[in-house]
Write a protein that binds this ligand. Structure first.
Ligand code: G3P
Ligand code: CA
Length: 291
């Protein structure tokens, strides 16, 4: 079994923060860290998803890693929003009642900037905006956090990979330090990820989903991670993923989603995952790090 899986299983059972695995050297051991905790759409259980407030909330909780979703406006601005339309997370139906079906790609950046992206979540967040990617990256940088950036619906937005990388470059996120330790680009689209890898081979990438193990050798040529929903996971699947090396010569990693309770966090830690993507990063951190 993969060392992380063994260690994680023991962590789950014992509730300890980290411990030493025995090795063949008497008295020596391998320190194993608990999984990385990633705030899904920011700390989205506590602040409106994909807003700067959700980034701030994650920072307040001491969470390093932030996940977001990137799409494109009619006039070509990259914005951070999950759905391909604006209805669920903004007041677009009130502000633009004649613009059904309110697709992100049918609105200009200036129009989207008028929308309230916080009131749906709670009055305390009234006036929160849909951020541009540039604004969002700036806030993540301000807090010295790390970014798991999802390219959402790339089929709708030809060229979004190159454009995303350009914004990241402009914001200083393609320098050695960010690429080494602070940036991962993920997508459900293998084609989109392959494009990111071809354009910027140093950038770490994650393929969302639970592909057949037989397909992993192909994905491992351009993806560093396989990131499945937790319901589709098992210890043997995680071990199978770990057995392959990615494009940067390291074992493929597994970041799973979206885990919002302590029991499930301990369960997937036992499977040996490398990261847990969660709306409640404080709950998951406490569960996997011990108290
Ligand atoms: O980060 C994983 C997760 O975000 C993928 O699903 O629909 O929440 O973007 P979704
Ligand atoms: Ca996402």
């Amino acid at each position: 079994m993969h060392a992380r899986a063994v260690a994680a299983m023991a962590t789950a059972l014992l509730g300890t923060a980290a411990f030493l695995l025995p090795t063949s050297d008497a008295g020596a051991g391998i320190a194993v860290e608990p999984p990385t905790v990633i705030a899904h759409r920011g700390a989205s259980a506590y602040a409106p998803e994909n807003t700067l407030a959700a980034v701030d909330k994650a920072a307040e909780l001491g969470v390093d890693w932030i996940e977001n979703d990137v799409q494109r406006t009619r006039d070509g601005e990259l914005v951070v929003i999950h759905d391909d339309n604006l209805k669920r997370t903004t007041d677009v139906e009130e502000v633009f009642p004649d613009r059904a079906p309110w697709k992100v790609r049918d609105f200009t950046a200036a129009e989207i900037a008028l929308l309230d992206a916080g009131s749906w979540f709670g009055p305390a967040y009234a006036g929160a905006r849909v951020p541009t990617l540039e604004q969002y990256v700036g806030r993540v940088e301000h807090h010295h956090q790390k970014l798991l950036l999802e390219i959402k619906n790339p089929d709708l937005y030809p060229g979004i990979e190159q454009q995303t990388l350009k914004v990241l470059d402009n914001e200083g996120w393609l320098d050695r330090q960010h690429v080494a330790d602070r940036l991962i680009v993920q997508s459900f689209s293998a084609e989109s990820l392959r494009t990111v890898h071809d354009l910027e081979p140093g950038v770490k990438t994650g393929l969302l989903g639970t592909p057949d193990v037989s397909d992993l050798p192909g994905y491992a040529t351009f993806a560093d991670q396989i990131n499945p929903s937790y319901g589709s996971l098992s210890t043997s699947y995680v071990a199978a993923v770990h057995a392959f090396s990615g494009p940067h010569g390291r074992p493929l990693e597994v970041f799973t989603w979206t885990v919002n309770d302590a029991d499930t966090a301990r369960l997937v830690t036992g499977y040996g995952v490398d990261g847990i993507i969660t709306n409640k990063p404080d709950v998951v951190r406490d569960a996997v790090h011990g108290v």
